[in-house]
Design a protein around this ligand. Structure first.
Ligand code: PMT
Length: 406
C-alpha cells in the first residue's frame, strides 16, 4: 500500500516517543521506506538503535556526526520525502517550525522540503492549550502543515487531559489520506454504507444481522486513499471511525435512508455495502416486553423497510452488494436489474472465509450489460480496490466526466 513511498519520520523529545517505534514498524511493514530523524532530546527517551532495527535504515541524530553523513544528506532527505511526519511533536518543535528556525537535522529538513508535513503533537495540557502554542499551530496550518489533534487521557504528568499522542492508527490513516490526495479518484465524492441496521422491537431488543461493517469500511478507506471525498454511513459496528472520512452513525433503515438522501445529492457514486434489514417491527413498544405465561407464543408484526438503493436515484452511479446463500449470480443479477444498478458485487455468505464478519471475501462483480467478473478469495481491502477500479472506469466513461467539479 505504501510501497515506493518515502516517509521521513521526525521524533522529538516526548515520553510518547516510544509509540513512534510502533509507527515506524507499521509503516515499514506496509512497504514504505522510513527515514527517521531524531532530535537530541528524543534520543534521551528512546534509542536510535530501536528505529534502526524496525526500519532497517540508518537513523539521523545529529548534523555534526561525520558518520551520519547528514550534513550532505539532509537536503536529499527533504527532496526524497513524499511526506514528513513528526510524531510526537513537542511545543518546542512546533514553535521552531512556526518561526522558520533551522538549528538541527529535523528543522533543517522540514524547512528545505516541498513535501507535505504532518504533525502529531504530544505534550502537557497546559503547554498545548497555551495561546503561544495555539498561535504557532494556527500559523503552520496556513501553510502545507496538517495537524492531528492530540487525544484526551492519562498524561506523563499523572494528570488526565488533552495532550496525548493521537492513536497510531489515526496517524497512519492520515498519512494514507495525504499521500493519496492526488490519486485517481481526486475530486470525486463517494457515499458508502456499511454494517447492518438495528430495528428496535422494544427499548432492549432489536432485529439485526451479522454484518460487521468491514466490507463497507474497506471501500470507504480505499476511496479515501485514492483521493476521493468520502461519506461513510454506518450501522452499529465495533470498528473505529476512520480518519479523513465523514462518518455518520445510524441505527435503523429509515435513518440510513435519511442520511443517504441528505448526502448523495452532491455525490458521484453511492456504494451500498450495508446489510439493511428488509423488515422492521410494525410497532415499537415504549416499555420492555414482558415474558408472558409459559408456553405462550409471542408474535411480532413486521413491515417492510424502505429499499434505499431502489428508491434513491439521481445523476450518480449506484453500486450494490448482494449477500447470497444460493443461485448467487442469478439472484444478484435480478437485484441489479430490479434496482437498475450500474454494478453489483455478489458475495457467497455461506463460505466461512467470505461475506459477514471475516477480513476476506469472494465476490463476483456484475455490470449493467450482464458481464461478470468472478474474483478469487482476497482481502476486503483488495475487493474494495477492484470495485473502485470498475467504478472509476464507469465514471470516466460518463458524458461530461472530464472536468467534473462540485
Ligand atoms: O459487514 P461485513 O461483515 O464485512 O459483511 C459484508 C456484507 C456481507 C454485509 C456485504 O458484503 C454485503 O453483501 N452487503 C449487502 C448485504 C445484503 O443484505 O444485500 P441485499 O441482497 O439484502 O440487498 C441488495 C442491495 O440493496 C444492497 O446493496 C443493500 O445495501 C441494498 N438494500 C437492501 C435492503 C434495503 N431495504 N435497502 C437497501 O438499500
Amino acid at each position: 500500500m505504501l510501497a515506493n513511498k518515502t516517509i521521513v519520520l521526525g521524533i522529538t523529545g516526548s515520553i510518547a516517543s516510544y509509540k513512534s517505534a510502533d509507527l515506524a514498524s507499521k509503516l515499514t511493514q506496509d512497504g514504505a521506506r522510513v527515514e527517521v530523524i531524531m532530535t537530541e532530546s528524543a534520543t534521551r527517551f528512546i534509542s536510535p538503535i530501536t528505529f534502526r532495527g524496525v526500519t532497517s535504515r540508518p537513523v539521523v541524530t545529529s548534523m555534526w556526526e561525520m558518520s551520519s553523513g547528514f550534513s550532505i544528506e539532509h537536503v536529499a532527505l527533504a527532496e526524497a520525502a513524499d511526506i514528513i511526519v513528526i510524531a510526537p511533536a513537542t511545543a518546542d518543535i512546533i514553535a521552531k517550525l512556526a518561526n522558520g528556525i533551522a538549528d538541527d537535522s529535523l528543522t533543517c529538513t522540514v524547512l528545505a522540503t516541498k513535501a507535505p508535513v504532518l504533525i502529531a503533537p504530544a505534550m502537557d495540557t497546559g503547554m498545548w492549550r497555551n495561546s503561544i502554542t495555539q498561535e504557532n499551530v494556527a500559523r503552520l496550518k496556513t501553510r502545507d502543515f496538517t495537524f492531528i489533534e492530540p487525544g484526551y487521557g492519562h498524561l506523563a504528568s499523572g494528570c488526565v487531559g488533552e495532550g496525548r499522542l493521537a492513536d497510531i492508527r489515526i496517524i497512519i490513516d492520515t498519512i494514507r489520506q495525504i499521500l493519496g490526495r492526488n490519486g485517481d479518484m481526486a475530486g470525486k465524492r463517494i457515499v458508502v454504507t456499511a454494517g447492518g441496521t438495528h430495528e428496535a422491537i422494544d427499548p432492549v431488543r432489536y432485529i439485526g444481522n451479522r454484518s460487521s461493517g468491514k466490507m463497507g469500511f474497506a471501500v470507504a478507506e480505499a476511496a479515501r486513499n485514492r483521493g476521493a471525498g468520502v461519506v461513510l454511513i454506518t450501522g452499529p459496528t465495533a470498528l473505529p471511525d476512520p480518519a479523513g472520512i465523514e462518518v455518520i452513525h445510524i441505527q435503523t433503515a429509515i435513518q440510513m435512508k435519511k442520511a443517504v438522501v441528505k448526502t448523495v445529492a452532491k455525490a458521484d457514486v453511492l456504494i451500498m455495502a450495508a446489510a439493511v434489514a428488509d423488515y422492521m417491527p410494525k410497532r415499537q413498544t415504549t416499555q420492555k416486553i414482558k415474558k408472558t405465561a409459559a408456553g405462550r407464543a409471542l408474535t411480532l408484526d413486521l413491515v417492510e423497510t424502505p429499499d434505499i438503493l431502489a428508491e434513491v436515484k439521481g445523476g450518480f452511479l449506484r453500486v450494490g452488494f448482494a449477500a447470497e446463500t444460493e443461485d448467487i449470480i442469478e439472484n444478484a443479477t435480478r437485484k441489479l436489474r430490479n434496482k437498475q444498478l450500474d454494478l453489483i458485487a455478489a458475495n457467497d455468505v455461506t463460505a466461512s472465509n467470505s461475506g459477514f464478519e471475516v477480513d476476506t471475501n469472494r465476490v463476483t462483480i456484475i455490470s449493467q450489460d450482464g458481464k461478470s467478473e468472478a474474483l478469487p478469495l482476497m482481502s476486503k481491502k483488495e475487493v474494495a480496490g477492484r470495485i473502485l477500479d470498475k467504478v472509476l472506469k464507469l465514471l470516466n466513461g460518463k458524458p461530461g466526466a472530464k472536468g467534473h467539479t462540485h
